[in-house]
Design a protein around this ligand. Structure first.
Ligand code: AMP
Ligand code: MG
Length: 421
């Protein structure tokens, strides 16, 4: 790491007038902010949405033994199967959790329920619905294939194999899998402590009076909620006024308490924009004009070990840049491998004004057409302050750098929000 205040040789600092792409910005952040590698054990019940720290090796086969997929009879066909109307003599019962201990000989059957271990000697399950039973004898109405309606030992999970790979964010199915091999605790990465403050003399907290020119804070709520989705509870440092001393105090406080600092506003080149000079005084800073709309001004920095993300002030820009850069960086920090968001192609039903030269994230609603295709419609005005357009949306319409205005009927790229977590 370079000395604080040292001039930066980077071609990405603010002496460079060129815009950079979201992708380049993301890669630069990833390189500067490697996974932290801090782990701890948590009970399985608390592991949802946490990131697995090490490969988890299965300690058991699941299922442990061959078992029945259906209610019916386990029969011995000597591995050959049996023609329709074959008869088997019932010699016992196997229930889930109560195995039949004996041996099933040729021509014999054991009544069996779903999940019960298949008794020794049996090779096929004849299902209840397709069999008759009278006088201790089962008749299979259909021809029986060897191995039919059996669930094989280890077909779900094999002992010794990687059950879940390191870096996986644990979802309900993962918790179920871990449960299926008897796990009660799991080693996960520690989420970083994150502090946030809004900036701006005009920004007020609910309950405060709203004098002329003032606005209520909305960014604090979106940022806190986007963090919560990642399993991170934010340390909320309120609103900081546009004064160098106040800014310095806030940075100091945040740095003391957190490993990641996020702010909104104050990153443009206006006279009240103090993020830049403050950050410069405290550590390394990268200021970018990311070629994205909304979102353009974005700051990334390092204050010693502490990471800094300076989001723009406009509420839609905050969300676009959080999802584009901050969220992937926090996931990277937690040890998750990067996966580009899923994008699909859809017919656009709206006219979308657009100038070439930057990528735009417009907001839309994606739906299915009668013929099974996808179409998308924009959600009203698309300015960077129109947060209602984001609230109404379920996807970004991603217009590429070279794209110009889109006319109704043209195809566009759509990024559904579900990929954003
Ligand atoms: P700035 O980048 O500080 O010039 O802010 C750009 C725009 O975003 C201005 O219109 C600000 O009033 C607005 N803004 C800044 N912070 C917030 C906030 N926390 N909530 C809502 N709007 C904000
Ligand atoms: Mg401001």
């Amino acid at each position: 790491m370079t000395e604080p205040n040292a001039p930066e040789p980077s071609c990405l600092d603010d002496t460079e007038p060129d815009f950079i792409s979201m992708e380049d910005a993301r890669q630069t952040i990833f390189a500067a902010a490697p996974p932290r590698g801090r782990h701890h054990y948590v009970p399985l019940a608390d592991a949802l949405n946490r990131v697995l720290a090490r490969d988890f090796l299965a300690t058991l086969d699941v299922p442990r033994r061959d078992n029945s997929a259906m209610d019916g009879w386990a029969v011995n066909t000597q591995g050959q199967g049996a023609p329709a109307n074959s008869r088997f003599r019932e010699i016992g019962v196997a229930l889930a959790g109560q195995p039949f201990e004996g041996q099933v000989g040729p021509g014999e059957a054991v009544r069996i329920t779903t999940g019960a271990w298949v008794p020794a000697g049996a090779d096929t399950i004849v299902i209840h619905e397709r069999a008759g039973f009278a006088d201790g004898t089962v008749t299979s109405f259909d021809a029986a294939e060897p191995g039919q309606n059996l669930r094989r030992a280890g077909e779900d999970v094999r002992a010794g194999e990687v059950l879940i790979a390191a870096g996986t964010r644990l979802m309900p199915a993962h918790l179920g899998l871990l449960g299926s091999v008897g796990t009660s605790e799991v080693l996960v990465t520690r989420p970083p402590r994150v502090a946030y403050f809004s900036t701006g003399n005009e920004v007020r907290t609910a309950g405060e009076s709203l004098e002329a020119g003032a606005i209520f804070d909305s960014n604090r709520h979106t940022v806190a909620a986007m963090l919560r989705r990642l399993g991170i509870e934010v340390l909320d440092l309120g609103v900081v006024v546009d004064e160098p001393e106040a800014m310095q105090r806030a940075f100091g406080q945040a740095r003391e308490a957190a490993e990641v600092i996020i702010t909104s506003g104050g990153v443009s080149v206006g006279e009240a924009d103090f993020i830049k000079p403050t950050l410069r005084g405290l550590g390394e800073a990268r200021f970018w004009k990311v070629a994205v709309r909304p979102g353009r001004p974005f700051t990334f920095g390092l204050l010693g070990e502490t990471l800094f993300f300076g989001l723009p002030g406009n509420p839609v820009a905050v969300m676009v840049m959080f999802y584009g850069l901050v969220q992937p960086s926090l996931r990277h920090l937690a040890g998750e491998p990067y996966r580009a968001p899923v994008q699909v192609s859809a017919v656009c039903r709206s006219r979308l004004r657009k100038r070439p030269g930057r990528t735009e994230y417009q907001r839309g609603i994606l739906s299915r057409t009668a013929d099974g295709g996808l179409e998308v419609e924009k959600t009203g005005m698309q300015g960077s302050g129109i947060l209602s357009s984001m609230a109404a949306a379920d996807c970004f319409i991603v217009l590429e750098e070279d794209d110009a205005t889109v006319e109704p009927g043209q195809r566009v790229t759509v990024q559904p929000f579900f990929g954003l977590v």
